[in-house]
Design a protein around this ligand. Structure first.
Ligand SMILES: CC(C)(COP(=O)(O)OP(=O)(O)OC[C@H]1O[C@@H](n2cnc3c(N)ncnc32)[C@H](O)[C@@H]1OP(=O)(O)O)[C@@H](O)C(=O)NCCC(=O)NCCS
Length: 177
């Protein structure tokens, strides 16, 4: 568990989160599907449970993990490390929030706390965040936190059969404040 503030906590995702996490996804389907490729395939609590089981296994392999972002005790979204490359000593952060939890700084603060954890506890040398070029709200998070824009990755992702252009942000341990 990572305590971000008096109202925000990051809890390693576990099976008992499945029902609440699916309910949040289901009630934000229209909002999330604009940016997240997995939303349309997440049609029941079974898919949320399968995601949680994959995350638990990933964590056991030391290859990344996901956390429920708790705001005042309720699940507001997810933040995680999509991979940890020990060979290159770097990791990548991904995140989403239910629409009703946006506009409060929850994700910027959570991302800062997770980045601190990555540098201090996991001792990685570099953290990457990749956002769709036109996902302004997502891009603001690394920009607020002082990540550096490294460039545009053309056709680096795919959603609903369309290739996506992503902007890559990164910060190195010796740049992190
Ligand atoms: C990306 C996403 C998490 C950003 O949500 P968000 O609410 O803008 O981000 P934060 O929680 O950091 O909140 C920032 C907002 O709170 C405001 N805010 C209030 N207090 C704040 C504080 N103490 N610190 C920072 N921001 C604060 C900011 O001004 C900003 O609002 P604005 O955009 O109206 O200026 C959300 O848009 C989302 O989940 N989108 C769909 C999924 C997605 O795109 N995921 C990313 C894929 S790469």
């Amino acid at each position: 568990m990572i305590k971000v503030s008096s109202n925000i906590k990051l809890e390693l995702i576990r099976k008992s989160h499945a029902k609440e996490l699916f309910a949040l996804t289901d009630s934000n389907r229209k909002y999330l599907r604009k940016w997240l490729p997995w939303v349309d395939g997440n049609v029941s609590v079974n898919e949320t449970m399968a995601f949680i089981i994959r995350s638990i296994r990933q964590n056991k392999r030391n290859d990344g993990f996901n956390c429920a972002v708790l705001y005042k005790g309720k699940i507001s979204g997810v933040i995680g490390l999509t991979e940890i490359s020990r060979f290159n000593n770097r990791t990548e952060i991904g995140y989403w929030l239910g629409e009703e939890f946006t506009g409060k700084g929850i994700m910027t603060k959570s991302c800062k706390a997770l980045a601190d954890y990555c540098f201090k506890k996991l001792k990685v040398n570099r953290i990457i965040i990749r956002c769709e070029v036109n996902n302004k709200k997502s891009r603001m998070i690394p920009e607020r936190l002082g990540f550096f824009k490294q460039g545009i990755l053309k056709h680096d992702g795919i959603r609903n059969g369309r290739y996506l252009n992503l902007v890559q942000y990164s910060v190195y341990k010796n740049e992190w404040k």
